[in-house]
Design a protein around this ligand. Structure first.
Ligand SMILES: [Zn+2]
Length: 74
């Protein structure tokens, strides 16, 4: 399994309101459920990932990037 890590994203303007976003980390607060072939599986300790988050301080719109996306396929 690839353990390639995704680099910290560069903040861009909020797609909803245009305000400059900030980078944050989502560590243990986000759970990923994976939909595949009609089954929805709960993430486990072996197929999880922490996330980078781009957060708009004005409207709250948030974009998440898995830090190690290949782990989600495990
Ligand atoms: Zn916004």
């Amino acid at each position: 399994m690839s353990t390639k890590s995704v680099s910290k994203p560069v903040p861009s303007a909020c797609p909803e309101c245009g305000t400059a976003r900030v980078v944050a980390e989502a560590l243990n607060t986000v759970r990923v459920a994976r939909a595949d072939v009609g089954a929805l599986r709960q993430a486990s300790a072996n197929n999880d990932s922490e996330f980078w988050a781009l957060v708009c301080p004005d409207c709250g719109h948030t974009t998440l990037f898995a830090k190690t996306p290949a782990r989600l396929l495990g």
